[in-house]
Design a protein around this ligand. Structure first.
Ligand code: SAM
Length: 359
């Protein structure tokens, strides 16, 4: 699983992936994260990535040309122009390797036209930093990479490496998604994190200032994601949130895989009605509810005693108590989640008594 982040602040991520589970997952090669500096895809002395908005108004907008080139360098070609994506439009196969490397135009109109031409010709991505050499000659038609289609995963028919590197063998299709981080996006949820964890490659575009020129969304993005109903100053924090939430659901990343199921927002089908593994669980997984409260030693702290039921070793009682606490927390903090939660008759009775108790 590989995450690619496109950002104007690559340094932002220097400490984010150096701790805990994320660090281990990276060290063990379960996950890769590549950070791409958007300014590397500019062509002026000032490495300009932004410009004034058409129509006036405050703030600046991230220009389309460096983003288009950054994506092209990752082998991501534009889709045919269509209305901006509102939610999931399906995953795409991804172009692998470096493909044909045409000369990069030095202005934005030229960049977009070149990207479109490349796709029309069935060509792959280009990397402005790779000088054309014998190994980056124009591809013969049978060598060209197919354009990315949201529906049909593409195979890497051929891949040309920079000088000195070997040509790669055809790779299996990849499930990939290009995501624009945006306050205007679809809310990011645990269910979406599970979806991303099942992909091979996720490309995250971090906006800044007033945001990203909408044509980038329209041409390249499969999904526009928001991490909450508030406005951040940039997409980097949001990208880190998305990666953290998705990465821990990749098989092997968490020491105990069940931890990803028996926690807040766990999948409704993660039912466990026994304590077969010796660890008391809630009666039916989290089933889309919030988690129950947790306690550890000492049994008494600052005058507060941990709930007696957790100390008495009766597993059935513990499971009942935990389920009741899940229902209680969810009712108090996120009643909206109850609408889609998997509830038993006993759960409904418990909910009713909690409602009476708190009213
Ligand atoms: N003008 C935009 C609006 O009102 O929706 C806000 C732009 S914000 C200052 C700059 C960038 O931060 C956005 O382009 C986006 O990448 C990121 N961002 C801000 N809030 C976000 C959120 N809730 N979720 C994901 N990304 C967010």
């Amino acid at each position: 699983m590989r995450f690619e982040i496109v950002t104007i602040f690559p340094g932002f991520f220097s400490s984010i992936f150096e701790n805990g589970i994320l660090r281990r997952a990276l060290a063990e090669g379960l996950v890769e994260v590549a950070i791409h500096d958007l300014r590397a895809f500019t062509h002026d002395r000032h490495r300009t990535v932004d410009d004034r908005p058409f129509g006036g108004g405050e703030g600046m907008v991230l220009k389309p040309q460096p983003l288009a080139e950054a994506l092209a360098s990752l082998g991501i070609a534009p889709k045919s122009p269509s209305p901006p994506c509102q939610g999931t439009t399906g995953d795409r196969g991804t172009l692998q390797g470096r493909g044909a490397v045409p000369q990069m135009p030095q202005n934005e109109e030229g960049a977009l036209q070149a990207a479109e031409k490349l796709v029309a010709e069935g060509g792959g991505g280009f990397n402005p930093r790779i000088k054309p050499t014998e190994s980056t000659r124009a591809l013969a038609p049978e060598e060209r990479l197919p354009p990315i289609s949201p529906e049909i995963p593409s195979f890497s028919a051929a891949s040309l490496a920079p000088e000195g590197m070997h040509r790669q063998e055809p790779q299996p299709p990849q499930r990939a998604r290009v995501i624009l981080l945006s306050a205007q996006g679809r809310p990011f949820t645990q269910a979406l994190a599970r979806e991303l964890a099942a992909l091979d490659r996720v490309v995250l575009l971090c906006g800044r200032y007033e945001g990203v020129d909408e044509r980038i969304n329209q041409l390249y993005c499969d999904q526009e994601l928001s991490i909450g109903d508030y406005v951040l100053s940039g997409g980097e924090l949001a990208a880190a949130v998305v990666i953290d939430a998705a990465m821990r659901l990749i098989p092997g990343v968490l020491g105990n895989q069940a931890s990803g199921e028996f926690e807040s927002f766990g999948p409704p089908d993660a039912e466990i009605s026994t304590d077969a593994d010796g660890v008391p669980r809630s009666q039916h997984g989290s089933g889309g509810l919030l988690d129950y409260p947790h306690y550890t030693r000492p049994a008494e702290f600052a005058g507060l005693r941990a709930p007696e039921v957790l100390l008495n070793g009766d597993h059935l009682e513990i499971r009942r108590w935990r389920r009741q606490q899940q229902l209680r927390k969810t009712l108090l903090n996120r009643p909206d989640l109850l609408e889609n939660a998997v509830l038993t008759t006993e759960d409904r009775k418990l909910l009713e008594s909690i409602r009476q108790e708190i009213s």
